[in-house]
Design a protein around this ligand. Structure first.
Ligand code: ACO
Ligand code: ZN
Length: 482
């Protein structure tokens, strides 16, 4: 019965039916002589189904399967979730090149984290604004000190565009850290962690194809499918084992307290210290889709917020985010995951909004732990832009007044609970901030406003939240909670 459920594979693999752009041609003896030399680190163009083109790729690992050599390849400048096992028939062996010398590694530095790790001075200069909306454009004059802001914006403009994050995580970081849920990556040049080790998982109603390595027990790596109980997240090696498990496992929701319910959507708060087995299994599951994160066995310092959708069978896990119980760096979110079957439906946004809602209740400004993944950065940029647009839409002249009240980056940060660096980065990314007559102004067209206005399908309803912060540090009313 379980096998009849829908199969979700991400990314969708299309069959290679069309003629490749550049025919590979038969493997003549001239080409064949290269084969014995094929080794880890070699570069060779490989036909990528998604792109329908040959893409430069690096051989990460080699194995023999029923007498046939297979190569685990990484498409250069593409995310590692697209890495795959291929045979030589997908390769243009005429362009095989030996591994580059150690000094000219393909890894580049990760600029994603730099984007939001700058400091912004607090707002000091009052606004000189009397700018009024011009036609379809609304202009806000920022009251932050122009000189400081200017220097910060100069740095902001140096932000590199969103690129492949996968090639940027190779910096050797000692795998000795014992804290939970961190950002480090254990990939050495020949590390086994660069090769996906689980072919398929079955979770609830879905078969899901993992994206990355996760340190599940060795014996599971040879199973065609790893079966995971969707409620306690225990993993089993076959259907019989999961059936046996389900006769014993009485859970129909994650452990912990249900702290939010709105319609069929709930959040459960799980303490990593009190529910170690669940938290550990959750991290193992999450690692299948998170490349930047190292899995640690100490989950004590974290709270986990599990997003579920309810139906007659129970509360099905949709995604989660983790949060440091105490963070000196203002982190309000450590890791976030929407499970692939639920992605691109607004749940990521919803969880991010939820994380900022908790921050507002704590009286804190928050920021996600760095580095962000490529999809993490896209989601955060979108959230920050929408939250700022909403704050600006609500920022209106007082009755009978033509002038907009002054507004600073600091104000925007306090209204939204988004850290100032992130506010600035988001405004810069939107290309709405500019220098004009000695002040920094935000010019936002009606079209831009409209494109953000109430686009989100899922919104956090704070009335559905039953949660008290452990240690409130500021009066709650400093923030706007809707
Ligand atoms: N391609 C392009 N844009 C995307 C994609 C995508 N595949 N996924 C999300 N986005 C962008 C879009 O701008 C989207 O807004 P829009 O729908 O208005 O265009 C926005 O992100 C939010 O989309 P959601 O549907 O709300 O996000 P989703 O539920 O898919 O979750 C998440 C986003 C959590 C990043 C998900 O992709 C995921 O789990 N990825 C794997 C794990 C990961 O990378 N986590 C972040 C690591 S960083 C950290 O943990 C701090
Ligand atoms: Zn179970």
């Amino acid at each position: 019965m379980v096998q009849k459920m829908p199969i979700v594979t991400e990314p969708v693999q299309t069959k290679l039916t069309e003629t490749p752009l550049e025919p590979i041609g038969p493997l003549d003896t001239k080409v064949m002589q290269y084969l014995p030399k094929m080794a880890e680190g070699c570069r060779v163009p490989v036909f990528m189904d998604d792109q329908q083109a040959f893409i430069p790729a690096e051989i990460v690992s080699i194995r023999e399967n029923a007498g046939v050599r297979e190569f685990y390849i990484h498409y250069v400048n593409y995310n590692r979730r697209l890495d795959e096992w291929v045979k030589t028939d997908r390769m243009n062996l005429k362009e095989l090149v030996p591994p580059p010398s150690a000094s000219s590694s393909s890894s580049t530095s990760n600029n994603v984290s730099q984007e939001i790790s700058r400091t912004v001075p607090s707002a000091t200069t009052p606004s000189t604004s009397s700018d009024m909306p011009l036609g379809n454009t609304t202009t806000f004059v920022l009251s932050d000190d122009a000189e400081y802001l200017n220097s910060d914006l100069t740095q902001t403009s140096a932000i590199s565009p969103l690129t492949d994050c996968s090639t940027t995580t190779m910096a050797a970081i000692p795998p000795t850290k014992t804290r939970g849920n961190g950002n480090n990556h254990h990939s050495g040049v020949h590390s086994v962690t660069k090769v996906k080790n689980i072919d398929m998982i079955h979770l609830g109603r879905y078969f899901i194809k993992p994206w990355y390595f996760s340190p599940y027990p060795e014996e599971l790596t040879s199973c065609p499918v790893v079966y995971i109980c969707e409620f306690c997240l225990k993993y089993c090696k076959d259907v019989d084992a999961i059936k046996r498990h389900r006769t014993k496992c009485t859970l129909i929701h994650p452990p912990g307290n249900e702290i939010y319910r709105n319609g069929t959507t709930s959040f459960f708060e799980v303490d990593g210290r009190k529910n170690k087995a669940y938290s550990h299994n959750l991290c193992l599951l999450a690692k299948l889709f998170l490349d930047h994160k190292t899995l640690y066995y100490d989950t004590d310092p974290f709270m986990f917020y599990i997003l579920t959708e309810f139906d007659a069978q129970g509360f099905h896990i949709v995604g989660y985010f983790s949060k440091d119980k105490e963070s000196n760096e203002d982190y309000n979110l450590s890791c976030i995951l929407t499970l692939p079957p639920y992605q691109k439906k607004g749940y990521g946004h919803f969880m991010i909004e939820f994380s900022y809602t908790l921050s507002k209740l704590e009286g804190k400004i928050g920021t996600p732990e760095k580095p962000l993944s490529d999809l993490g950065l896209l989601s955060y940029r979108r959230y920050w832009s929408e939250a700022l647009m909403e704050a600006l839409l609500n920022h209106k002249p007082k009755d009978g007044d033509l002038d907009y009240p002054s507004l600073s980056i600091n104000d925007l940060s306090e209204i939204t609970a988004i850290k100032k660096e992130d506010v600035l980065a988001a405004l810069q990314n939107l290309n709405v901030i500019r220098y004009q007559q000695g002040s920094y102004v935000l010019s936002i067209t009606k079209d831009l406003f409209d494109s953000y206005h109430d686009k989100r399908r899922l919104r956090v309803n704070s009335k559905s939240l039953v949660w008290t912060p452990k240690l409130p540090t500021k009066p709650i009313n400093q923030f706007q909670i809707k």
